[in-house]
Write a protein that binds this ligand. Sequence first.
Ligand SMILES: [Zn+2]
Length: 354
Amino acid sequence: MAARRAAGDAKHAIPEQRLDDERIIVLALADSVLLTPRFLQSVFGLKRAIRSTLRARFAKSVLDRRPALIVLLYHAVDPSPPQYLRDLGVVTHPHAFEDHLLWAKSCFELVSLSEGIRRLRSGTLTKTCLALTFDDGLKSVADHALPVLIRHGIPAALFVNHASLTGQRCWIYDVAQLESEGRKEALEEVFGTSCPGLFSSYLRHQAPADVLARRSGLTDLSSSLNGNRVEYINHEELAQLLESPLMELGNHSLDHPRFSRLDANEQCRQINGNAEALAGFAGYQRFFALPFGRPADWNMDTVQACAAARHEFVSACGGVNFARTASIDIRRVPCDGVGGGQLMDHITRRGIGI
Ligand SMILES: [Zn+2]
């Protein structure tokens, strides 16, 4: 009996070599299916997608129950921007931008900034509205974003510096370009300082008070830049854009300084001087968008200068503006570089903090 079973077992036994081969095949399959970076990535990607969808749905239900004014902030909208603009994180692809618009239009009422603020301040904001804004008056916006807005009948506000209208330049873009072209030493010479990381980042976050005083040195340096320079909307182009009733114009200071580093008088001069220069354009609204826009970029002198000039104070530190609990500043959500399908998730995280 035992001998017969042994014979049967031997008959059905898997040869040692074949066992090894199958084990190798199974292990190889498991490795290729389960453990490849691509598979793991798709598992984590799926988890992320589910989490962000649930978060976005929750945020939408919050905004449906509790009316708010959502204000989005963009800078450049460009299909092929220079690398230094990507590094600064201030560009959105036109396709992603159009996706943002279509999504926003399907979820909220799109209003002009003035209408949104009017409803917010007068207590008549009965449902969540969304307004669009663009800072720095960049030409790519006129080329790639405004035609889309006009095609869809969507209003927007442009926040402009008088300096850029008159052929001067926003120093931060030139600094970023000079840095990307390997001119860091020359920049350090102009600004009389050195930093271990990105010079443009250092200047943005810890801008010394005399950055603007050194502008002539920067202008000399910038004049040697080769192509790829940021272009601004000029005086005539702005006047033409503002012929559309969909477009509004706001104040972004004379030449984009960091307000928290200025004394009270200079802050007033920056706001009042730019207001005077822009007031002649159709669609000018008494809104002041703080340059750089973060909490560390303003102080109480800024608030007082705005109030004295009778301008609404607009920041860029994230957050949405809930009816009845609106703060002193109109908060905006920076949306540069956000992917086409990610806007709600982005607003949820940067605007509502969920
Ligand atoms: Zn700006």
